[in-house]
Design a protein around this ligand. Structure first.
Ligand code: MLT
Length: 418
């Protein structure tokens, strides 16, 4: 009989969001009239920008003609999209990133997992705790961890706790690591790193020969002009970092699928024998073999994000969700909850009221307010006692959810906004 990948059996329960969906489905089945509001998974709700839709429609029409038809595209993505990204997202911010260093893909979730294909099995890995679960689970699946302990932490991983005490910015690892996952603006805590904080990470990575995997999927939500959007705004980052970006959250492409990964030329790793190898070539080889690119139609839609109309629409979308985040912060604080994040990110991270663990708070919120959120413990052991609410929903739903939370009196009158 065929053997399975036993590493999958090390995984704790289901992936967080399907597990939430399972519990919500059971609740909805038992309470078919409950008017649920979902502030759990960070999935966008507003329509696709008109500029993107028009570009995709034009691309579909072109595909219906012999001259405008495209079959397989370049596995790395079309050059016109890669050039637009290089110009607008990187060069305009002073980052020396070239189009050929940008690889178009169908998602940052996929890329942040797939990148393990080109990295050796013995790398020592550091993740924050709490963390976007994909970073951990993809390493478990690839056999790069031991078993999980009772708290859900896997052997072989270095966990860097991020809590209110350190402002949700991870301390540098005390033991040597080779691979470091960083996500700013952070999912789930909504924290964001300053230039100086990122410089510390880059300096550390360069000094130790580590590689930073930098997830910037939420960079568009940064409001403070002083804060860096890309790791490549930091001196030396080209020598030690790969960056993931996405059109999912800024332009509403969660269902449409388009993202990108930046692998700078000259960024090196080593073979087991110590010989230097350029990571760009390996990623290019990996993508050419295992990926056939994002559809022409979707890439034309993504390109339209960089048109004047597209930029204005994306800005308005981000402003809309950030206003939701501001409402969530304000109302939760008024309800007596301690809240974090939500100022440079579409996630509000809150301390669960005294005595309730994350899943107990999830259940109470669901039962008493019919609001779905995400338990902090689902992001890691240090997320216990915290809870995440997403700002991705309609204004009416956000306001209604906050009104219900206020009515449910879930919290003792003790805390406030951090
Ligand atoms: C989340 O809710 O954390 C996001 O949906 C993650 C993702 O984009 O995969």
């Amino acid at each position: 009989m065929v053997q399975v990948n036993g590493n999958y059996l090390k995984l704790k329960a289901g992936y967080l969001f399907p597990e939430i969906a399972r519990r919500v489905k059971a609740f909805a089945a038992a309470h078919p009239d409950a008017p649920l509001i979902r502030l759990g998974i960070g999935d966008v709700t507003e329509p696709l920008p008109a500029a993107c839709r028009e570009a995709m429609k034009a691309a579909i029409d072109a595909m219906g003609t012999a001259e405008g038809f495209y079959g397989y595209g370049p596995e790395q993505g079309y050059l016109w999209l890669r050039e637009a990204i290089a110009r607008h997202d990187f060069q305009a911010r002073g980052c020396a990133i070239d189009a050929e260093e940008i690889f178009i893909s169908d998602g940052s979730k996929c890329d942040s997992s797939n990148i393990l294909d080109i990295l050796g099995p013995d790398n020592r890995i550091a993740v924050t705790d709490p963390v976007y679960p994909v970073y951990v689970d993809s390493n478990v699946m690839a056999g790069r961890t031991g078993e999980a302990d009772a708290s859900g932490r896997y052997g072989g991983l270095t966990y860097l706790p991020i809590t209110a005490d350190n402002g949700f910015i991870a301390p540098l690892p005390e033991q040597p690591v080779d691979l470091i996952y960083l996500c700013f603006p952070n999912n789930p805590t909504g924290a964001v790193a300053t230039r100086a904080q990122l410089q510390q990470w880059v300096d550390h990575a360069r000094a130790t020969g580590a590689l930073i995997l930098f997830d910037a999927a939420y960079e568009a939500f940064i409001q403070d002009p002083e804060l860096p959007h890309s790791i490549y705004e930091i001196e030396g980052a080209r020598d030690c970092a790969i960056e993931f970006r996405s059109f999912s959250k800024n332009a509403g492409f969660t269902g449409t699928r388009c993202a990108l990964t930046v692998v700078p030329r000259g960024l090196m790793g080593t073979t087991a024998a110590g010989e230097a190898v350029e990571l760009w070539g390996l990623w290019n080889r990996r993508q050419s073999t295992k990926f056939n690119g994002v559809s022409y139609i979707v890439q034309r839609g993504a390109e339209a994000v960089y048109s004047a109309a597209g930029q204005a629409e994306v800005k308005a979308l981000v402003a809309f969700y950030m206003e939701n985040a501001a409402i969530i912060r304000r109302e939760l604080a008024a309800a007596g909850l301690q809240v974090y994040g939500g100022e440079q990110a579409p996630y509000v991270w809150l301390k669960t009221p005294a005595g309730l663990d994350s899943w107990a708070f999830f259940d109470r919120l669901l039962e008493e307010a019919n609001v779905v959120g995400t338990p902090g413990s689902g992001f890691g052991a240090a997320g216990e006692g915290y809870f995440r609410l997403s700002a991705f929903n309609s204004r009416a739903n956000v306001e209604e959810a906050m009104a219900r939370i206020a009515r449910a009196s879930l919290v003792p009158a003790s805390a406030g906004v951090a």
